[in-house]
Every structure is written in structure tokens, then in C-alpha cells.
Design a protein around this ligand. Sequence first.
Ligand SMILES: Nc1ncnc2c1ncn2[C@@H]1O[C@H](COP(=O)(O)OP(=O)(O)OP(=O)(O)O)[C@@H](O)[C@H]1O
Ligand SMILES: [Mg+2]
Length: 236
Amino acid sequence: MSNVGRVCVFCNSKGGVGKSTISFLGSLSLYMIESDRQTTFVDLDSQATSITALQKFTNSRFTIETCHSYMLENGQLNSGALTQFLTGRRRNGYQVIVDMPAASRPQDLLFVGEGDIVFIPTSASDADIAATHTFLQTLLVDDRRGKASPFVVVLPNMIDDAEDMQVIRRAFWDFPVFLGRPFSYNRDFRKIFRSRNDDANILKALQAGSEYFTWMHSVIYGGAESRIRSSRLSVI
Ligand SMILES: Nc1ncnc2c1ncn2[C@@H]1O[C@H](COP(=O)(O)OP(=O)(O)OP(=O)(O)O)[C@@H](O)[C@H]1O
Ligand SMILES: [Mg+2]
């Protein structure tokens, strides 16, 4: 096990593309796969839907952070406080999963460091693709970070068939980003935020997504060969 921590940020200015669904299930899957590692889920959405549903899974190895410590009085993200928090977690070998709210802007991602991964879910709908396109364009030209741009993976979500994938592949062909595996549309993925005592909905969703999250784990912990930046969109 590498002792270097990992920070995975799920973001897109567009709402309803699956940031919370994938980061929620991803955090539990990564917690189970990386069984010697500490996991922290950071919910930057003030509605804290994920926090409420994840609360019952917290233990000495799985912790959750609400957005309150990382917000300024004006409601903007306190990038400095978040950067400081994540630096400590990386150093201590944590895997941290950050779920960003809708309407986040690329400049809200200044806390993302080198080696961190930015996951950008989108469906194949025209509206989601147009918004994601604009978001990525701004993110990739944002040179204020003064360091390497982040490792970006577009995550096709709610995918029905190969045509959906083709639509997404074509839309982001010219961006220096990677294209993730398709995350299919699945009713079980809609039921994870229900409060139920037996966790049956969450277990079912984790089972349905197990291959997907094994893939995501390999992207996050893969060796240098899977981190080679592509000048063109390539499927990983
Ligand atoms: N693969 C999927 N299959 C079925 N339903 C899905 C899938 N992904 C997301 N959903 C549903 O789509 C809706 C939006 O998903 P989610 O809340 O994860 O998006 P979000 O990007 O976090 O939205 P917001 O920006 O508002 O926080 C939810 O009702 C969720 O259950
Ligand atoms: Mg959300």
C-alpha cells in the first residue's frame, strides 16, 4: 500500500449529473477495497444529503466532514481552510472523496493539488453536455493555479448504450481529459439516500456498481502508466 493519500473531487457546475450518487457509492466502495486506509468523505453541499445517509457508516476508519468548516460568511468556499485540511490528510495517507455542490465554478477548485483526481460526471443529454463543456473549458484554461493542471476524468453517467458513449466521446474529443467507463442508469442508484434501517438499498447499489468501483479504484491507485496525460481523449 502506498502511504501517499489520494484526493478525489467530484464536480460539475451542472446539477443532477450524479456527483453525489457516484461519490457516495464510491466512498463506501473505496473504504471497503482499501481496508488498511482511512477514508474521509467531504460533503461541500450545504444540503448535506449524503452526510445524513452516510452517518450510520462512520467509524474509526470512515469519517465525514460537513461543509461548515470550509465556508466563508458570504457562502463562498474557504479554499485556504480546505487546502490546509487536505494537505494534512494526504500526508497521513487518507483517501478523501469530495462532493461539490451544483453551481461550483472552476475557481472553486483551487484546493485541488498535483496528483489529485477530478471526476466530472455528465449524462449524454444535450443540456448536461453543453454545461460540462463550458465548465471544462474554463477549468482547463485556468492558469491561476501556477502548477500542473489536475488529472481530469469525465464520467459518463446514466448511460443506456454505445450511442450515449459516442455522444460524450465526441463532445470532449479535443479536451486533454480522460473518459471513464460508463455508469449505467439503474433504479437502485436512486434509492441510496433513503433512510432505512436495513441498508438493503445501499447494499444492492454497491453490488450493482462493484465492477465500476473496482475500475475507479484502479484509476485512483494505478501506476504511472495510467496517469500519462493524453493530449486527446482516451478511454481508460
Ligand atoms: N446512474 C444513475 N442511475 C439512476 N439514477 C441516477 C444515476 N445517477 C444519478 N441518478 C439520480 O439522478 C438524480 C441526481 O443525481 P445526484 O444527486 O447524484 O446528482 P448531483 O450532480 O449530485 O446533483 P446536485 O448538483 O444537485 O448535487 C438523483 O435523483 C439520483 O438518484
Ligand atoms: Mg449532489
